[in-house]
Each structure stands twice: as C-alpha cells, then as structure tokens.
Design a protein. Structure first.
Lengths: 120, 557
C-alpha cells in the first residue's frame, strides 16, 4: 500500500496535497501526526457535555487540518457541522455527528494500515 | 545576520507544525497555542520586531482580539500580522484587514506561497525601514553640515572683528530663547518649531556684511567718527546683498530668505529710528526684530575692543530704558521673562552648548565676578562715567586708575604679566607718533584677543600693558605667555609691512597679593628684555635661586 492508495481509501485528494506539500515524506509525517491529534476527541466530549462552543472550535480546527491535508470527505462532514454549530443548530450538529465519526475513522484506519505497511 | 522572528499562533498543534515545518529553515520560530499566549510573547520586549501568523478561532483570546490588543498598545509598527484561517468569508477577511492585518491567507494554503508572501512582506518592511532611516540620517547630516558651514562663515567674520569668538553662539541661543517666549505669548507670527530652528540658524549670519568693512574701522578701539560710523552701518545692506546675489534658486530657500531679513534689518528699531531702511513696527520681520534684541543684549554683556562688559542687570536695564533703541514691547517682556535663563547663560562657562574647536583662542574665564561685585560698590552707577574714568581712550584697554582702584588691593590673584612693546620709541622716531599709536592700538587688540572674558587688560603706562588673570593653571599661564610672544612675532601693521612688532613678557604666578605679583612681574620684565627668550616667569614658593635673579632683592621681607 502506498500513499496514493491510502488517500484513495478515505477519498482524499492525493494530487491536491502533493501539489502543495510536494514531498511524500512531509505528507506522511503529517498523516502520522494526525493519528495523535485530539480535535476529534475534543469535539465528541464537548458534544456530550453540551459545550457547543468548545465543540465548534474543535470541529473547526479539524476542518482546517482536513483542508491542509486534503481529506476531502472528512472536510465535507466537519465543514457541515461547523456551519450547523455556528448557526447554533445543535440538533443538526448531532444529526451529522455519526457521519463525521464514520469519515474520521475511515481516515484513521487507512493511515494506520498504511503505517503498518510501510513499517512492515 | 540574525534570523527574523516569526510567531505562529494556532490552537491546533498540527497546524503549527505544518507552518513550522516550512518556515524553520529560514526563520526563528516561536509558537503560541492561543491569543493570550501570543500577546504575552509580544509584550516581552517592546522593541522587538515580529512577524505573526495568526489563526482566528482560538480559545481564551481569538485572532481578532489579538489584533485589537496590538492596536491598543500601539505595536502596529513593530508587529506585522498575516491571518491564516479556513474561514475565508468576506466578513472575516474585511474585519481582519480593518483591524490592521497585513495579509490574509485561506486554507488550504500552499506552503511555497506562504513562504513567498512572508518573504515579500518582510522585504517590504525592511525597505521601508531602511528608507526611513536613510532619510532621517540624511536630514540630520544635512542640518549638521548647514550648521557647520554657517558657523565657519560667521567665525570668519568674528575672527576679523577680533571679537569674542562666541558672539554668534550667544546670539543664536538668545534668539532661540526669545522665539520660544514669543510663541508662548502670541500666535501673531505662526512660528513653527521648524521656523525657530531656521531663524536661530540664520541668526549666525547677521553680521556677515562686516567682512566688507575695512579693518581699521572694524577694530578701532576708540570712538568712531561720524564718517566711520556711516561706513560701519553699511554692513547690514552689504550682508543682505551677499544673500540676494545668490543664484535665484538658492536665494529662494527659506534659510537664505530669513538670513536676508536678519542681515538687512537687524539694526532697525521698532520706532523707525534704526537703519538702513527706517522700517517701523511690524514692517520689520520678526526674525530681524528678535535677532536685533539678542545682538544688543550680547554686545552689552560682552567685552569688546571699544568697551567692557556690562553685567546682566545693567544690560537689561539699559535695554528696557531704551538706551539701545526701541524694541517691540512684547519682545522686551520676553527678554524680562527669560532674565534668569539669560543671566545664567551670561555667567556660565558653558555658553552655547557646543561651540567646539571653532571657539578659537578665547577660552572662558571661570568664576571671577570681580568686576560685577566691585561695580556694585561704587557710587558711579553710570556706565558712561565708568568708561571715561577707567578706560584708556587710545587703546580701549582699562587704564592705570582702574588697576589702582579695583585690582591692586584684591588679595589672592592668581597670575599677572607685564608686557612692553620693544622699540616703541624707535617707531615713534622713524614713523611718527601716529604710527606709534597704531602699534599701541594693535597691541591692545592682539592682547585682548588672547585673554579670556574675565581676565583684564590694563594699559599701565606708555608702552607697558598689564594682564591680570583670574584662576589659571600654572602650565596654562606659561603657555599663554609664550603664545602671546609668538603671536606678536608674526603680527604686522596694515600699511607698514616692514614694521615688525615684538614684545617682552614678564610674568608672576601664585596666589598672592596683587602688589607682590605686580612687583615680581615687573622684575621679570626687566630681565626678559635682556634675554633671547624675551619671556621670564616667577613662581611663588619656588626656590630662592630663581628669585635671586630678580636683582637679589627679597621683596617678601
């Protein structure tokens, strides 16, 4: 499994990210970093605690990371929740949350798979 | 060269890492997790120049609040902000720009483009700052050069006058003081700080026309004849013409314009009784009015070849009483208000902040208020009487009576020297008494130019002059006498190139009674006449051998 396959697995824009970051090592480095990123976790706990302000910030940050790394699918779902929370539509945000979760773990699993393939 | 510092402010560690990754090879990177941390870092050193990459949505303090904080603390000229946000709605972008952000980058960004934009922004700032520095530096250097040129020019005039080399500096300082008072009292003239600098600077040129006045008139110690005075008076028009004859583009400069006004009209008086044009009241430009007053005040408080120095109080009274012509009442008020400042200037040793080396041979006396104190003791308050009684009419030096009444009895004088003109008898015989008198006048002038403001020159009698010095170092005294002798060796009289002047000098040094100093100086002079050196000095308290030289007479007994 190479980097391109990995991106295909979670419907990311591989050409887009390579166009900007230019080097596979760099993209890989940030993919690994993403495994440790706490934005999604923070979003989930904040939603559970009904701290929607914090939830908005967390999902907004997640959206930013998705943009930089061209996680198109995850970007789409995080973007929708960001808009919902910004409009104080918590009902809609909760409705969209499962989709976000699915997209998030799709990325995580793909990256983990890629990582173990690379490291053998 | 030190790396430019960049502050990355983002609550997402990943986002910061991404930026750090692309920038750390070129810049010195600091990271902040939120706005509050960012302003803390920015506040550490108020002089540090920062480039900030700023996220908008952050906990504690968001990006907009950081921008507001920067504005509130006036950091905008040292903190350049580039916003980076995934929220590129027109509202946000606008708000960021309005709050002073320099640039706005949306996500996803291309690191190469971010690098380029940062580099370009920094280059722009560096250029602007360099340019500002360069302009500032150029301005100051030009100002300094202007000042220097004017100073040189006016010193040429002063040098020829044989006047104290500091008159120009005095007039400049007084002019500045007066103008500041004028501004405080009236806005009639709408004088800016720049105008004050310009006028003070131009004031140095007020007597530039004197360069065209014959030396015999300029330096005549006695009273000028009516005819001579008319010639003297032309200096204001001549000075003005020197300026108006400049090429038109130079004459059109503010400095030349003001200098012209000052040169031409600094002898005009408020009642129209001045010269050359008899201008009246506000017909006289304010620059000329102020310099006229400054000139008069300094002339009164300085010693000149034709007069001695008046005290500050005397000078002030004479001016207020109208003895020196009429001035605008408001200016007189300004003079009075500045009385204390002027008085301290007048007695201080630090006249005119930096006259530098151009001050020339005349140093400043320190401390002797002999003249002023003494004058207050005397019933003869009228300076005119003083002049008649105590000043030698031929040479303008003090006379023997002055010495006997004011100086002889003073204890603790530091140094005295008797000086005679060699072969004055021969000159009188060969060239006539007129030439002999000319030699005496020239001698007095030369000596006067060689002593300090508080020292005294006395024509003791015939061809003998007495110099009395107040507080002076021993080496300085010896050097001074040697310098005087040498100065005369190279001195010639106008119109008599074959006539060489030479002097013999006898000095006495030590804190002693004046009578003793005089006696020893006299002995030394007698010996000096017979030596090749022509300068002999006695030092109080030195071994008796040296004293034996003085005809073996022990005058201390």
């Amino acid at each position: 499994m190479n980097l391109k396959d990995c991106y295909a697995k979670f419907n990311g824009d591989f050409d887009g990210v390579m166009g900007r970051l230019r080097r596979e090592q760099l993209v890989t480095k940030f993919l690994y970093k993403f495994l440790d990123d706490k934005s999604f976790e923070l979003f989930e706990t904040s939603m559970k605690n009904q701290d929607y302000e914090e939830a908005l910030r967390a999902v907004h940050t997640l959206k930013g990371i998705c943009q930089n790394l061209s996680f198109d699918e995850l970007y789409e779902s995080s973007s929708q929740i960001t808009n919902a929370l910004r409009e104080n539509d918590t009902g809609k945000a909760m409705e969209l949350a499962p989709q976000l979760s699915r997209d998030y773990y799709k990325v995580i699993h793909a990256v983990e798979e890629y990582k173990s393939a690379v490291e053998g | 060269m030190e790396k430019q510092r960049i502050l990355i402010v983002d609550d997402s560690e990943m986002n910061r890492a991404l930026l750090t990754d692309i920038l750390e090879d070129q810049y010195d990177i600091t990271e902040a997790e939120d706005g509050a941390q960012a302003v803390e870092i920015l506040a550490e050193d108020e002089t540090e120049f920062w480039f900030v990459l700023l996220d908008i949505m952050m906990p504690k303090m968001n990006g907009f609040e950081v921008l507001e904080y920067i504005n509130k603390h006036y950091w905008a000229d040292r903190v350049v902000v580039m916003m980076i946000s995934s929220d590129d709605s027109p509202g946000n972008i606008n708000r960021a720009y309005n709050l002073g952000a320099f640039d706005y980058i949306g996500r996803p960004f291309d690191p190469m483009i971010v690098r380029k934009r940062i580099a370009n922004t920094l280059l722009l700032y560096a250029r602007q700052r360099d340019l500002e520095e360069a302009v500032k530096k150029q301005f100051y250097e030009q100002q300094k050069d202007n000042d220097l040129m004017i100073s040189i020019l006016s010193h040429i005039v002063e040098f020829r006058n044989g006047e104290s080399g500091v008159h120009v500096q005095h007039v400049k300082r007084i002019t500045e003081l007066l103008l500041r008072q004028v501004v405080r009292r009236t806005d009639q003239y709408a004088l800016s700080e720049k105008d004050i600098t310009l006028i003070s600077m131009a004031s140095a040129l007020h007597d530039v026309g004197k360069i065209a006045i014959p030396a015999e008139i300029l330096n005549k110690p006695g009273r000028l004849t009516a005819e001579e005075f008319e010639i003297m008076k032309t200096h204001s028009e001549i000075g003005a013409r020197m300026l108006s004859d400049l090429p038109i583009e130079q004459f059109n400069s503010p400095l030349a314009k003001v200098a012209y006004e000052i040169c031409r009209w600094h002898h005009e008086r408020y009642d129209g009784r001045g010269y050359p044009d008899g201008l009246k009241g506000e017909e006289i430009p304010i620059a000329a009015q102020v310099v006229a007053l400054a000139d008069v005040y300094d002339a009164l408080t300085s010693e000149r070849c034709y007069k001695k120095a008046y005290s500050h109080e005397e000078a002030l009274n004479m001016i207020l009483e109208g003895k020196c012509g009429a001035f605008k009442p408001l200016l007189l008020q300004c003079l009075r208000t500045n009385s204390d400042r002027l008085k301290s200037l007048c007695t201080s040793t630090a006249w005119g902040q930096d006259t530098g080396e151009l001050r020339g041979v005349k140093g400043k006396g320190n401390g002797s208020r002999l003249l002023h104190e003494k004058r207050q003791d005397t019933p003869l308050k009228q300076p005119e009487y003083m002049q008649l009684l105590y000043v030698d009419s031929l040479t303008g030096a003090y006379n023997r009576r002055y010495y006997e009444e004011y100086i002889q009895a003073v204890p603790d004088m530091e140094a005295a020297a008797l000086i005679d003109v060699s072969q004055l008898e021969q000159v009188n015989k060969d060239y006539g008494r007129d030439v002999g008198n000319l030699v005496l006048q020239r001698t007095a002038q030369a000596l006067l130019s060689r002593i300090r403001r508080n020292d005294h020159l006395i024509r003791y009698g015939g061809d003998e002059f007495l110099l009395v010095f107040t507080s002076m170092e021993q080496e300085a005294f010896e050097a001074r006498l040697e310098e005087i002798k040498k100065y005369f060796d190279s001195l010639t009289i106008d119109g008599y190139p074959q006539l060489h002047m030479a002097v013999n000098v006898g000095g006495a040094y030590g804190t002693e009674k004046m009578e003793l100093l005089f006696h020893m100086a006299d002995n030394m002079l007698k010996q000096a006449r017979h030596t090749e050196e022509r300068v002999m000095v006695w030092f109080a308290g030195e071994n008796a051998d040296r004293m034996q030289n003085s005809e073996g007479e022990d005058i201390r007994g």
